[in-house]
Design a protein around this ligand. Structure first.
Ligand code: ATP
Ligand code: MG
Length: 438
């Protein structure tokens, strides 16, 4: 079956299979062809949310083509903006094209669209979540995106700060200019200046012959994203402040300064205000950055989003791994809703990824992903020592105890626990499953 043939047919063949939603994703209309394609009844579909139908796949960016599974049928859809909402048009269905071809075609298309703009990759459509709190942040972020003001993104690790920074850039008038990110942790103090200001030829020994532009220069007319801003040394904070105030930059060893036209978005998972109080963060810089403080809620504060995100990640990994997981079992869902997710969306995403790696069949089970509950370690310690068992049994008991202890100390974070135990996280997983530690 030739792909090109199908692509040619796209325009005239299935065009009629369409779905219209409002901006919140509520389905307003579905064409008879659409209903027939997926054996759906109109009264069942109207008024429900498109996410339920697409099983977690969400693509609300204009003109995006994406893969979804509707009533078990794999298909390719294109989403367009129409008056008061979005229109989803079916381009291809599973029985018209082989699944693998569909995926490679999708990848090719994604590459084509992503080649067009090479500044930053994510828009607000990629920030998933329907909970009140995340919607409020998204709305606010979208509003301030168009202004030129500095934005401070705060939120725990893994809440999506970088995703937001990119989305804000994408929605701003600067979107056709670069989005340049600097991770302030990764830059040692001595290098900070040369990284952000750049240098002229021969500025210092070891400098490149032709000199090097700094990140500020590279971000000209675009957005400079300062990640983990709290980690800048006091001295570097001062240097940065000067640029933001004077709006000009001079390369190290240079003679003239250049005008700077950049928008700064900074991110931190620390409480900058208390760092200011403790004298670790410059107050003047803090107020420069604090124009808009966008606080991204932790995942545990928006539990409504947990299953929606999990389903979306399952779809994503289904595509990437060529798997066909359809759902999670009830126990797993319940556990996910109870768990605290200290690593937020990043943790949830890697949790799903790990689960999908070992999952067989069409359902993701709690068994394969089980999480330890911490029982009786304390009690155990106060008890009479058990009689000596075989060495194997003793080692086993000792291992279980050490793992439980580490998990407890790490507050359930398995990577951290593995660190504490100085073993690889994969090895920790194997042991957890070997000993059936729930
Ligand atoms: N709302 C969301 N929808 C979809 N994916 C998300 C969302 N929030 C976060 N992610 C994903 O979770 C991961 C972590 O996001 P991101 O890197 O933006 O977090 P962060 O807040 O910058 O974390 P850190 O403070 O550790 O740097 C990424 O893979 C990102 O794509
Ligand atoms: Mg980050």
């Amino acid at each position: 079956m030739k792909l090109t043939k199908h692509v040619d047919q796209l325009d005239n063949h299935i065009q009629a299979a369409k779905l219209i939603t409002d901006h919140t994703g509520r389905i307003r209309d579905a064409s008879p062809e659409f209903l027939q394609y997926f054996s759906l009844r109109k009264d069942k579909v109207l008024g429900s949310n498109v996410r339920n139908l697409f099983k977690g796949t969400c693509a609300h960016d204009r003109n995006r083509i994406f893969h979804a599974v509707i009533t078990g049928i794999s298909c390719l859809l294109q989403v367009k903006e129409v008056a008061h909402g979005l229109e989803y048009q079916v381009l291809l269905r599973e029985n018209e094209i082989h699944n693998r071809e569909l995926q490679s075609m999708l990848q090719a298309m994604e590459m084509k669209t992503s080649n067009k703009k090479k500044t930053s990759r994510y828009g607000f459509g990629e920030i998933l979540g329907e909970s009140r709190s995340i919607r409020q942040v998204k709305d606010l972020a979208a509003k301030i995106a168009t202004s030129n003001s500095t934005v401070l993104l705060t939120g725990e690790s893994g809440t999506g700060k970088e995703l937001f920074a990119q989305a804000i850039h994408e929605l701003s008038t600067r979107k056709n200019h670069p989005f340049i990110a600097i991770n302030c942790v990764a830059i040692p103090a001595e290098l900070f200046e040369s990284e952000i200001f750049g240098y002229e030829a021969g500025a210092f020994s070891g400098a490149k012959r032709e000199g090097k532009p700094g990140k500020i220069e590279l971000a000209q007319h675009g957005t400079l994203f300062l990640d983990e801003i709290s980690e800048l040394t006091y001295q570097s904070q001062g240097k940065l402040l000067r640029v933001l105030q004077e709006r000009e930059v001079e390369r190290l060893g240079g003679t003239g300064s250049k005008n700077v036209d950049i928008r700064v978005i900074a991110a931190t998972n620390k409480d900058l205000k208390s760092l200011v109080k403790e004298g670790k963060f410059r107050q003047d810089l803090f107020y420069r950055l604090y124009v808009f403080d966008l606080q991204i809620p932790a995942l545990r504060q928006r539990k409504d989003d947990i299953l929606l995100l999990a389903r979306a990640f399952i779809e994503e990994y289904n595509r990437k791994m060529g798997k066909d997981i359809e759902k999670m079992d009830k126990d797993l869902e319940e556990w996910m809703l109870r768990y605290d997710w200290p690593g937020n969306v990043r943790e949830l995403k890697s949790y799903i990824e790990r689960g999908m790696n070992i999952a067989e069949g069409r359902t993701l089970h709690l068994d394969s992903l089980s999480f330890p509950s911490f029982t009786d370690t304390e009690e155990e310690e106060g008890r009479q020592p058990a009689p000596l068992a075989s060495l194997e049994e003793e080692v086993r008991t000792a291992e279980i105890r050490a793992i439980r202890k580490a998990l407890k100390e790490a507050d359930g974070d398995r990577s951290l626990a593995a660190n504490l135990l100085k073993i690889h996280v994969a090895s920790l997983y194997r042991k957890i499953s070997k000993y059936n530690l729930k």
